[in-house]
Design a protein around this ligand. Structure first.
Ligand code: XMP
Length: 333
């Protein structure tokens, strides 16, 4: 990441007209920077990497090579929708890598949260680097660095400590040192969204709630197993579906399910039924440094509980986490 400060004179991008002007300026800058060379991008499908992909496709078309790594810790249908949007609708040069087994094999029996994060972050770089080495003639690496990342780096350079080791792509091996293209590095998140909409990206992608780099890996608590991960993914999809149907998706900043490695006794079909609890987390925040708990209507909680316990194998209880940040962090790991 290159540290550069946002000029004080830079107007906040709040309208389509301002976004269009920004897009035109960046398209020209990207073309001037990369010429006829190839650019590589790790496309997670998050807002930032998606907007960077769209800007680069607009500027240089198939000179951009996108790599989407499915680490097996994505939410339900997420990788499919990245492929659909970019390969089918944007005609992107997109390499899809299903690395589920690589990640889950490495994570087997690893219960300690920071070790899990480190393994996922390091393996992400390994998989991405493996793909990059197969390609020829790449000169640049595009990154979805945004201004808060720059501010965070400035803070860390001043010696302030982070609570968790958040991962974003960076730190590629020595043999893969590319020049960086960072077309949204001076933008705040709300501006990235305005630019994304102006570029014509799907609304659901542009307003997608934040999703951590280690994905469901930090929500499937303790040592990840495939069956519990599957239960988590299904339960999370039901929660998201009900939030959409009940108009909560746009009101709540982040909402998801966590499944701990604990079983309790329940009863199903008149028999003893041991299962995991699905824990719902729904928070509002402006900067993720602190967060408040959303008051979800009981009717929604009842429906979510009924659906998850009926539709998801292995879950026999649903709990609602009422802890603000601080003292709980937003994610459980
Ligand atoms: P915490 O759990 O620290 O999370 O309160 C604050 C926000 O950061 C997200 N998060 C991450 N984002 N890479 C990311 O890009 C990560 O490794 C990561 N871990 C947590 C979290 O979802 C919340 O929005």
């Amino acid at each position: 990441m290159e540290i550069s400060k946002r000029p004080e004179s830079m107007e906040r991008i709040t309208t389509k007209a301002l976004a269009d002007a920004y897009i035109a300026e960046q398209v020209a800058e990207i073309r001037a920077q990369v010429g006829d060379k190839k650019v590589l991008l790790a496309l997670s499908g998050g807002v930032d990497s998606s907007v960077v992909a769209a800007l680069l496709i607009k500027a240089i078309g198939k000179q951009l090579v996108c790599v989407h790594v499915n680490h097996g810790l994505m939410r339900k249908n997420e990788s499919e929708s990245v492929v659909k949007t970019f390969r089918d609708e944007w005609d992107a040069n997109l390499i899809y890598v299903d690395a589920t087994d690589r990640f889950l094999d490495l994570l087997k029996d690893v219960a300690e949260p920071e070790r899990k994060r480190k393994i996922i972050g390091a393996e992400f770089i390994n998989v991405f680097a493996d793909e990059a080495r197969k390609l020829e003639g790449i000169s640049y690496l595009a990154q979805g660095t945004i201004y808060p990342d720059i501010l965070e780096s400035i803070k860390q350079a001043e010696g302030k400590k982070a609570v968790k080791s958040h991962h974003n792509v960076g730190g590629l091996p020595e043999d893969l040192q590319f020049e960086l293209v960072e077309p949204i590095k001076l933008l705040f998140k709300d501006e990235v969204r305005v630019v994304g909409e102006a570029l014509g990206l799907p609304h659901a992608m542009v307003y997608r709630q934040p999703f951590p780099g280690p994905g469901l890996g930090v929500r499937c608590l303790g040592a990840i197993t495939r069956d519990r991960l599957h239960a988590l993914r299904e339960a999370d999809a039901i929660l998201r579906d009900e939030f959409d149907k009940n108009g909560l998706a746009e009101k709540v900043w982040q909402y998801f399910v966590v499944v701990p490695d604990v079983k309790s006794v329940g009863v199903k079909n008149e028999s003893r039924y041991e299962g995991w609890p699905a824990i719902i987390r729904a928070v509002n925040t402006t900067d993720a440094m602190s967060a408040t708990i959303e008051e979800i209507p009981y009717a929604v909680l009842h429906t979510v509980t009924a659906r998850i316990t009926a539709e998801v194998d292995g879950i026999n209880r649903v709990l609602y986490d009422l802890t603000p940040k601080p003292v709980g962090t937003i994610e459980w790991e």
